[in-house]
Design a protein around this ligand. Structure first.
Ligand SMILES: Nc1ncnc2c1ncn2[C@@H]1O[C@H](COP(=O)(O)OP(=O)(O)OP(=O)(O)O)[C@@H](O)[C@H]1O
Length: 721
């Protein structure tokens, strides 16, 4: 029976499944976790298996619940299924996100109980608006866009990770009065609009979970309906989503979970590979099937990526391999600056075969700006996967334009009011207020000078700034930005602002660098402002260019995609791994960053270019420690002698300051050092703090031990001693 099905598959769809793919496709009952390495055809297997249930076992498609992570992925799955089986399976197979499935549960319940609810995001007074208001009630200030995002993410994390009240209360969220804001927000949704329960996106999950737990009849209905459940991209599923799936799938346990713990990159949305690692704890008779053959990439890429990801500890052990041929080595390019990096990529792209699909991938959306600027100048069309206008709407861009505006006309008090704290003018809000009623045709600097005593030091400063603004008016746009940054002391003031408001100075500087690059070929300030508006429009519209063979995307959004050539840019420490991960002392964050890098490199079929820059603006950057790890694999000779300690330390995100505490006389534990423990045997030191040492033991896994006890009992020593 199976053979006939598979033979038909082969003839009708030209798909020749390998042995483990066949095992996946023909799995019928019971829990199965299909652990798939990148490019191993997991989506293909998932689709074929649905067809197998329908065609071979006469399962009604209505009894199969197909879940995936995002709307886009659900649509893509539907299209792929239609392409393969559209002419033999009449019924449309529906793929849905876990959110929309949860919404279905909530709607059914509320309707049957005659209760009213509204989705907060659909209301005029939406989630952002409400949170902004609550923030200003508690903090008497306006929340910045970045902070609002942080606040929203934290609320989402709480729901998705199912944190208890105690856990919420004990955590510092880095937002002033977070706990009060959170409580107020939750209360507002319940009681703010009489007779209507307001639900935000994540409440949908919490409500669905609670409803299923409390309404046994409804739960029974769902269980009877969905006898088979398949979940794609399960590494991106949060705890509450896993719990909902678990509830529906019991007691039959016909759950087909497909995922790759090594591609779990949405920790900030509460996805955690831990849930996949716990599969057998949740589903006692669950089976794990690995599909590890990569059909996508060259041998060089597969072998390198396979070794690279083994630097992570929290993972299922897998061995990705390919029968594809060798193609090309993986070049690593370091550039003096961002400009040279962009130039190199564009020149290379021009030489590529026209039928090649090409991706330029980056960690941060802002990295796309320089590329877009040059691609447009070269009249090369491109497609952008995920645009956001954060760059063009950023306050730094506004500031720079305001500096220029004031240089045209220094009588504009409304403009000066927006930048007076950013150019070391030494005037206060009160001073500004007091000149608002003065002659509007007179320079703001002169009006300000007139309110001080003749001997006041500020008169000289104001005169100085006035002259600088005059000079600014005669400079070209790119010289002007440099002048604003240095001579008008904007950058110096930014440091203080970033410090107080919690912005990252690195990202602010990179915006200024991009502005300089855009300004480079503009003759006048008007040209520069027009160029900015034009680029904004271009980027907004480029998601329509789906036919272009060049894709620009963040690494996050490139998941699931493949290209002949992949250029990953800005591979620097502080970018990937992020500054937060490097300085966090938290190995989980570094591991997530490593997974992100892994997702990026496994998108390439033939050519993979790894690029980093030595300087951004005036700041020197280090190449990403992940590039070091890659070079260690591709060029082991270079690393034999000098197995740099700092690579290992950075790898685990732990600073050097802990490495001098003694455990055993003469023995200094270090990150990455091989050690022997009297009870647990051989292992590798992963983390060190003043009190604790975390070791990954060969036989007994990862353990966090007290340094004091190890020391007092002589439990630990260097393996080589
Ligand atoms: N048995 C097979 N023989 C040849 N090619 C295959 C086979 N199975 C899958 N492929 C091809 O391999 C490529 C990768 O497949 P797919 O996109 O399904 O992988 P994936 O596991 O979802 O990858 P990723 O996790 O990296 O997104 C696709 O081009 C697919 O057509």
């Amino acid at each position: 029976m199976n053979e006939l099905f598979l033979k038909n598959l082969e003839t009708n769809n030209a798909v020749n499944l390998n042995e483990s793919q066949v095992q996946g496709v023909t799995h019928k009952d019971g829990p199965l976790l299909l652990l798939a390495t990148p490019g191993s055809g997991k989506t293909t297997v998932l689709n074929m298996r649905i067809a197998y249930l329908i065609l071979e076992h006469n399962i009604n498609p209505k009894n199969i619940l197909n879940l995936t992570f995002s709307k886009m992925a659900a649509k893509d799955m539907e299209n792929r299924f239609e392409m393969f089986f559209g002419d033999i399976i009449e019924e449309k197979i529906h793929f849905s996100t876990i959110h929309s499935f949860s919404y279905n549960i909530v709607r059914t319940f509320y309707q049957s109980e005659g209760l009213r609810y509204e989705i907060l995001e659909n209301r005029l007074e939406n989630k952002s608006k409400i949170l902004k208001e609550i923030f200003s009630i508690y903090n008497k200030s306006i929340i910045t866009e970045d902070k609002l995002e942080e606040l929203t993410n934290n609320i989402s994390l709480i729901k998705n990770s199912m944190l208890s009240e105690g856990q919420i209360a004990s955590k510092d969220y880095g937002i002033t009065n977070f706990h009060q804001i959170y409580k107020y927000y939750e209360n507002y949704k319940e009681n703010g609009v009489p007779g209507i329960r307001l639900l935000d996106f994540d409440d949908m999950l919490v409500e669905a979970y609670n409803i299923l737990n409390n309404d046994k009849l409804l739960l029974k209905k769902y269980r009877e309906k969905y006898k088979y459940i398949s979940i794609d991209e399960s590494q991106d599923t949060s705890l509450i989503q896993h719990k909902i799936i678990e509830l529906i799938s019991m007691p039959l346990g016909n759950i087909f979970m497909v995922g790759d713990d090594d591609q779990s990159i949405f920790g900030f949305r509460a996805a955690d590979p831990k849930y996949l690692l716990d599969f057998k704890k949740t589903y006692k008779d669950g089976k794990i099937l690995k599909i590890q053959e990569n059909f996508r990439s060259s041998q060089e890429i597969v072998n390198t990526a396979n070794e690279f990801i083994k630097n992570n500890f929290n993972r299922y052990n897998k061995n990705m391999f390919t029968r594809n041929g060798k193609y090309k080595n993986i070049p690593v390019n370091g550039f003096e600056n961002e400009k040279n990096q962009v130039k190199f990529i564009i020149e290379n792209i021009k030489k590529e075969n026209e039928s090649h699909t090409i991706a330029i991938l980056y960690r941060n959306n802002n990295s796309a700006i320089d590329i877009v600027n040059i691609l447009d100048k070269e009249s090369i069309s491109f497609y952008i996967k995920d645009t956001n206008n954060k760059f063009f709407n950023h306050w730094v861009v506004d500031d720079v334009l305001n500096f220029f505006r004031l240089s045209f006309n220094d009588t504009k008090i409304d403009i000066f009011e927006r930048i007076y704290t950013k150019c070391s003018s030494y005037v206060s809000k009160n001073h500004i207020e007091s000149i608002k009623f003065m002659d509007k045709k007179v320079s703001v600097f002169e009006n300000l000078s007139s309110i001080f005593e003749p001997s006041d030091y500020r008169i000289k400063t104001l005169d100085d700034i006035k002259n600088k603004f005059k000079k600014l008016n005669n400079l070209s746009p790119s010289q002007g930005i440099r002048y604003i940054r240095e001579d008008l002391k904007y950058e110096k003031n930014l440091e203080r602002i970033c410090d107080t408001l919690g912005y990252s100075m690195d990202s602010v500087q990179s915006i200024l660098n991009s502005l300089e690059m855009i300004a480079d070929e503009c003759d006048t300030i008007v040209d520069f402002a027009n160029r900015l508006s034009y680029l904004k429009k271009l980027m907004n519209e480029s998601h329509k260019n789906t036919k272009s063979n060049i894709t620009l995307s963040t690494i996050h959004s490139s998941k699931g995609l493949e290209f002949d050539s992949v250029y990953i840019i800005d591979l620097n420490d502080s970018i990937i791994p992020s500054y937060e991960a490097i300085n966090s002392n938290n190995n989980d964050l570094i591991e997530e960053e490593r997974r992100l890098f892994y997702v990026g490199i496994t998108r390439a079929k033939k050519n993979l270019y790894l690029n980093w820059v030595k300087e951004k603006g005036s700041k020197v950057y280090k190449k990403s420690l992940f590039i070091n790890e890659i070079e260690k694999i591709t060029n082991p000779d270079k690393y034999k002698v000098n197995d740099s300690k700092d690579i290992k330390q950075a790898k685990f995100g732990v600073s050097e300051r802990f490495s001098n505490t003694l455990i055993k006389e003469g023995f200094i534990p270090e990150i990455g050092k091989e050690v022997v423990h009297r009870v647990f045997g051989e292992g590798l030191v992963m983390e060190l703090t003043d009190e604790m040492i975390t070791i990954s033991f060969e036989k007994s896994g990862i353990k966090k031990l007290s340094r004091l006890l190890c020391d007092a009992r002589n439990m630990l020593w260097d393996k080589t001693s």
